[in-house]
Design a protein around this ligand. Structure first.
Ligand SMILES: Cc1cc2nc3c(=O)[nH]c(=O)nc-3n(C[C@H](O)[C@H](O)[C@H](O)COP(=O)(O)OP(=O)(O)OC[C@H]3O[C@@H](n4cnc5c(N)ncnc54)[C@H](O)[C@@H]3O)c2cc1C
Length: 124
């Protein structure tokens, strides 16, 4: 689908954008999530949480632009996941300041279930 556009692409074929989620060189066009190629550390994940952070940034900046303001929001880079194996889970978290891996525990499995419930409630 991207092939039918003239949007700038990374070597890997994703849409090139900056840390404000703005597509490079195109006015008022933003990208969030897996479709984008963003500047940041090489461990920056293609993950749902990262897509959320980028989408929030893109929405704020687009609204700012439409109001005639300077789009200045940037997204933080975070890898946060619980590797769930049905009855237990392992927490892995990485930010530009923190690198954490906690061993498997049933607590993380239940924490993931609870997070899922709270997160999805907004959309149901
Ligand atoms: C097997 C698997 C497991 C994963 N597990 C996790 C996990 O545990 N935790 C986590 O955080 N992330 C996980 N991810 C990654 C996560 O799913 C993605 O990073 C996230 O969904 C990206 O969101 P997105 O909105 O960018 O893209 P998507 O969620 O892929 O949404 C894109 C949407 O666009 C639609 N679309 C595509 N082409 C067109 C078109 N031409 N016209 C209209 N609509 C179109 C698609 O149908 C889709 O609904 C997993 C991914 C996979 C594949």
């Amino acid at each position: 689908m991207f092939d039918a556009t003239s949007l700038p692409r990374s070597e890997g074929g994703f849409i090139r954008a900056d840390r404000r989620a703005r597509v490079e060189g195109v006015n008022r066009v933003y990208v969030a999530g897996d479709a984008g190629s963003f500047p940041g550390p090489d461990w920056m994940p293609k993950q749902a949480h990262m897509a959320d952070l980028q989408a929030e940034t893109a929405a704020k900046n687009l609204v700012a632009e439409l109001r005639g303001e300077v789009p200045s929001a940037t997204f933080r880079v975070e890898l946060v996941c619980i590797v769930d194996s049905v009855d237990t889970g392992m927490l892995v978290a990485r930010t530009e300041r923190l690198n954490l891996m906690l061993p498997a525990s049933p607590l993380f499995h239940w924490a993931k279930r609870a997070f899922e419930r709270v997160y999805l409630r907004r959309y149901r």
